[in-house]
Design a protein around this ligand. Structure first.
Ligand SMILES: NC(=O)c1ccc[n+]([C@@H]2O[C@H](COP(=O)([O-])OP(=O)(O)OC[C@H]3O[C@@H](n4cnc5c(N)ncnc54)[C@H](OP(=O)(O)O)[C@@H]3O)[C@@H](O)[C@H]2O)c1
Length: 288
């Protein structure tokens, strides 16, 4: 690998799953991983205890010791983080952002540096090496940078290289996607509970059903509609259930939910730009 010392800024859900995946799959040795966050020392301690990675409260230490920096903070905190790393990040480093909505151009304009940036949208299934991750190049990133990011995330699941213009939609599709399936499982568990089925039995049957369907989709490469039709005999039980899904507007609900997530993602990017522009205006006033 070209870049092999990885620094994480942020130690929340996504970073925890990534560190777990990278260390447990032996993609990056734990001593080559540095992690920092804002104030939650328990998260750092936990990562250190579990994976023996370097944890520090000092961002400079992370930047001094790594060549690829992964920004794993919420979009709302990105402004502050970029201002903190601006004086200490080098143009030789590769910056990877997993933040929803924030474009590589927006990050570059805050840093005011010629730095290669890659935008990535993984999901929390990184923890089990099964993330669906989309990767897009920023303007200054080249194929070598893309290859580095791809290699890192391939160790955490499947990677698709996409254009950055599609990233907000993909965030609503596969970034948030695991939650849609968890929600479905929750509702199936509720139905099973109200029938009186034990929690353990219901969970076993539902999870295996979801897993089996995913394996069928992946391994047979059949279209989902074909697989669905194979389960649905005319006037049978599945048919009865699907009729209700249809009547209750399932199709429309899914499309609208993904579109709601996409819109929110774009809003997060716009909020970031608004805050940045306001802070630029106030800095210019102070200096004039
Ligand atoms: N959750 C998902 O499924 C998912 C999927 C794909 C992408 N993402 C993206 O991944 C990013 C992180 O999401 P998450 O769910 O992991 O968030 P999270 O659990 O809230 O973690 C955010 C992390 O950022 C740290 N942080 C905030 N401000 C900081 C600062 N100034 N300096 C250093 N660290 C700082 C926080 O530290 P403290 O805890 O110390 O405050 C925390 O460790 C988001 O941008 C999100 O859009 C999330």
């Amino acid at each position: 690998m070209i870049y092999n010392k990885i620094g994480f800024i942020g130690a929340g859900s996504v970073v925890q799953t990534m560190v777990k995946g990278l260390v447990e799959n032996d993609v990056v040795k734990s001593h080559k991983i540095w992690v920092t966050n804002r104030k939650n020392r328990a998260h750092l301690l936990d990562l250190w205890k579990k994976y023996n990675v370097n944890c520090t409260v000092d961002k400079k230490k992370v930047l001094d010791n790594t060549d690829t920096i992964i920004l794993g903070v919420k979009p709302q905190d990105m402004q502050e983080v970029l201002k903190e790393i601006k004086p200490i990040i080098s143009e030789k480093q590769l910056l990877i952002t997993v933040a929803a909505g924030i474009t590589t151009d927006a990050i570059a304009s805050v840093l005011k540096k010629n730095i290669a940036i890659i935008r990535v949208m993984p999901n929390t299934s990184c923890a089990v090496g099964a993330s669906a991750t989309a990767i897009a190049k920023g303007k200054l990133a080249n194929d070598r940078h893309l290859a580095t990011a791809s290699k890192l995330f391939e160790s955490l699941g499947e990677v698709a290289v996409v254009e950055e213009k599609d990233m907000d939609f993909i965030t609503g599709l596969s970034g948030s996607g695991p939650a849609y399936f968890y929600y479905m499982v929750e509702q199936m568990q509720k139905a099973a509970a109200s029938h009186g089925l034990s929690k353990e039995t219901a969970r076993k049957l539902i999870v295996q059903t979801l897993y089996g369907a995913a394996v069928m989709l992946k391994e047979t490469s059949e279209e989902p509609a074909v697989l669905r039709e194979k389960v649905t005999s005319p006037d049978g039980t599945t048919y009865a259930a699907l009729k209700i899904f249809e009547r209750m507007g399932f199709e429309n609900t899914i499309t609208k939910a993904i579109s709601g997530a996409t819109v929110r993602c774009t809003e997060l990017g716009q909020e970031f730009l608004d805050v940045y522009q306001l802070s630029e205006i106030s800095d210019n006033r102070k200096s004039s």
